[in-house]
Each structure stands twice: as structure tokens, then as C-alpha cells.
Design a protein around this ligand. Structure first.
Ligand code: PLP
Length: 395
């Protein structure tokens, strides 16, 4: 496992600017929509970009900026732009870099709302989106075209943990065209496990609603990359296109959640490994999708590009009916969408997070009606196993 992260625990606590006027240890919450100018001339200079300083919270806010600095440091990006949701970050990062007539090559296994955005909204803007399987490298090579402007994928992918080789896809994409953008959703891996920019990606997006915040009480998103690539993301994607600005209080909560991120991630990963092995031994489970298992087709790539194998597992039972029965018998695990929280969350992608996919599209993307997705929490692994075991016995 080559991903260097020796000082991650220090960076999540001390990284970024800690300076504030009163010397507070925790970042103060600047719960203000706007900022008072000393003079009309100063207001004019700030709008003209001739003078630094705050104007209006959609354009910048000290609490949000403290968080952006820290995330940029963790992703090893020049800049991070915060959004009020992961979907805000994805649309705010992708749309400003594309225009009518461009071709976007995307992996076909995506979070349901991203798939909806790409398959319905982008085509309305004249952007052609083609969905292929990025784990099939020959298909990637064949599908890159002179008018392809960007490639987009998740790794591990939601909901079936498909692993994409970031370094290889980025190399092929950049060989195909120097102006190609490689955009990847790093929500499942987090910068603790994988740093895609170091592997050749150009833009990383996140739903910070998940592991980065980690406590199930915030909806947020980030886009990270070079100053050059983040300029249109901030000045068009955030300011004009989505206006999806993060609230200062939410920024504070994420800053607080980040302080324990390494501890949380280590525990999520250790629990997930035990639970994946348990599920693999269950007669009711047809297949387990977890990159830490040697049987996973992406295991070797994951071992190379991830520090550990993450806290997300999917597994297949024989039908939707069997899945519903199992889910309805759980006593400890929470039947809820989302992921990356302290509580173990479990859900049924085909009828919930991925209901934007038709049955045929789901099958083509590689997930069945019997697939169940598990976000392994921080409880005792044995307690989670006992709960899954009794619910599976009822199935
Ligand atoms: N990306 C992935 C991989 C997700 O799982 C999600 C949500 O579940 C999103 C993006 C969207 O994030 P948000 O719900 O914060 O808008």
C-alpha cells in the first residue's frame, strides 16, 4: 500500500490556518451573510478583485475558508471549494468545464443522483455523455475521442465497490488529449485512503456529508484541484450556477468532525474487514462486494491505491423480497441511506439510492435487485455481526 499518509492524523487536527483574532482553539463560526466595508471605495475595490477581504458569504467566509484550506491540504490540492452538498459540488465542478458539443466519458456505476444529472440534465445542455465500464481498460482506450473533454468515475464506486485504476485511466485520458480533465468522486475512499490528484486526476469531488464530517448531521460537498481549474468552479459553479454555498455552522461541524477522522476511518476499515469475512461465510449471501477480499476483481488495484480497503460493503441476497425481509428484521443497524457515520447504515440501492437507474441500466452497471449496501459503523464489530446474522436467518 503505497499511499503515504504518515502525518494524516496531525494534518486533520493542525492543518490549515489556525489564526483568528481572539486566539480561539476551535474555528469561530462567522454566522454572517455579509461583511461591512470601511468605505464605498473599499467595497468597489473588493468587487473589482483589487483588494482582499470578505464581501458576502456566497463569495467567501472565514469559517468556510478555514475548512477549504484544510481539505485542500488533505487532498494535496492547490485549492478546495466548499458546497452545500455533494451534488452541488459535482454539478458546480463539472458543468463550468464543459460546453455544448463536448463529450463526457463516464463510468456507468455512479451514485444514483450523479447518474441522473449525467443522463438527463447534461444532455439538455448539449453535452453528450457516454457510459462505459472503466474497469475494462480496452473499452476506455476505444471510447476516448478527440472531442472528449472529461472522464468521470467513482472508486470505490457506489453501490457495488467497483475499483477503478486512477493512475492508468488518468494516463490514458491525458495521452488522448492534453486538455482532458480527469474528474473523480473520492467520497468512499476519502483522502485518508486515496489521494487521486497524486495519481494523476485533475479534479476530486466529495460528498462531505459522509466520512469527512462523519457524524450524520451535515450535508456538504467539496471540489479540489489546481487554482486554474478551481477558478471557474468558484466563480461560475458556486457563485452563479448552483449558488450551493455551505453554511458557516456546517463548516464548523465538519472542521470538528475532521479532528477524529483518522481514528474513525481506522475503525470503519477494521470493522468492515471482519464483517465482509463474516458475510462471505453466510449461506444466505450469494456474493460479497468488498475490495479487501481477495475474491474482489479490483483487490490488487485497491491494495495499490488505497491505504486500507474502506468501510463500505455490498452483498447480494437472492431477491428484492429476501432483501426487504432481511432489512426489516434488523435491530441495531439503521435502515437509512447515506454512509460514513458512526452508526451502521444499511439500505437497498435498487429501490433507494439508485432508483434513478432503470432495471436494465442497473443490470448493465452491475448491481442486482438483491443487492444490499452496508456502511459499517463504529460499533463493536461483533454486535453488528450478531444483528446481521439474526436478520439474515429471518430472510
Ligand atoms: N457521491 C457519492 C459517491 C455519494 O454516495 C453521494 C450521496 O450519497 C453523493 C456524491 C451526493 O452527495 P450529497 O448527498 O452530499 O449531495
Amino acid at each position: 500500500m503505497s499511499t503515504s499518509s504518515e502525518n494524516f492524523a496531525t494534518k486533520v487536527i493542525h492543518g490549515g490556518s489556525k489564526k483568528n483574532a481572539e486566539g480561539a482553539l476551535s474555528a469561530p463560526i462567522f454566522q454572517s451573510s455579509t461583511f461591512i466595508f470601511d468605505s464605498a471605495a473599499q467595497g468597489g475595490r473588493r468587487f473589482a478583485g483589487e483588494e482582499g477581504g470578505y464581501i458576502y458569504t456566497r463569495l467567501g467566509n472565514p469559517t468556510i475558508n478555514a475548512l477549504e484550506e484544510k481539505i485542500a491540504l488533505l487532498e494535496e490540492a492547490e485549492e478546495c471549494v466548499a458546497f452545500s452538498s455533494g451534488m452541488g459540488a459535482i454539478s458546480g465542478a463539472v458543468v463550468p468545464h464543459l460546453q455544448a458539443g463536448d463529450h463526457l466519458l463516464s463510468d456507468k456505476t455512479l451514485y444514483g443522483c450523479t447518474f441522473d444529472l449525467f443522463s438527463h440534465l447534461l444532455p439538455k445542455l448539449g453535452i453528450e455523455v457516454e457510459f462505459i465500464d472503466f474497469s475494462n481498460i480496452e473499452q476506455v482506450k476505444k471510447s476516448l475521442r478527440p472531442d472528449t473533454r472529461a472522464v468521470y468515475f467513482e472508486t470505490p464506486a457506489n453501490p457495488n465497490m467497483k475499483i477503478i485504476d486512477v493512475e492508468l485511466v488518468a494516463r490514458l485520458a491525458h495521452q488522448a488529449s492534453a486538455r482532458m480533465l480527469v474528474i473523480t468522486d473520492n467520497t468512499f475512499a476519502t483522502p485518508y485512503l486515496t489521494r487521486p490528484l497524486l495519481l494523476g486526476a485533475d479534479i476530486v469531488v466529495h460528498s462531505a456529508t459522509k466520512y469527512l464530517n462523519g457524524h450524520g448531521d451535515v450535508v456538504a460537498g467539496f471540489a479540489c484541484g489546481s487554482h486554474e481549474l478551481m477558478k471557474p468552479v468558484r466563480s461560475v459553479g458556486l457563485k452563479d450556477l448552483t449558488g450551493a454555498v455551505l453554511g458557516p455552522f456546517e463548516a464548523f461541524l465538519i472542521l470538528r468532525g475532521l479532528k477524529t477522522m483518522k481514528l474513525r476511518m481506522d475503525q470503519h476499515c477494521a470493522n468492515a474487514m471482519k464483517i465482509a469475512r463474516f458475510l462471505d461465510s453466510c449461506p444466505q449471501v450469494l456474493k460479497v462486494y468488498f475490495p479487501g477480499l481477495k475474491s474482489h476483481p479490483g483487490h490488487e488495484i485497491a491494495a495499490r491505491q488505497m491505504k486500507q480497503f474502506g468501510g463500505m460493503i455490498s452483498f447480494e441476497v437472492k431477491s428484492y423480497e429476501a432483501a426487504k425481509k432481511m432489512l426489516d428484521h434488523l435491530k441495531l443497524c439503521c435502515l437509512a441511506v447515506s454512509l460514513g457515520d458512526c452508526e451502521t447504515l444499511i439500505q437497498h440501492p435498487a429501490s433507494m439510492t439508485h432508483s434513478a437507474y432503470s432495471k436494465e441500466e442497473r443490470e448493465a452497471a452491475g448491481f442486482s435487485d438483491g443487492l444490499i449496501r452496508l456502511s459499517v459503523g463504529l460499533e463493536e464489530a461483533g454486535d453488528i455481526i450478531d444483528d446481521l446474522s439474526q436478520a439474515l436467518a429471518a430472510e
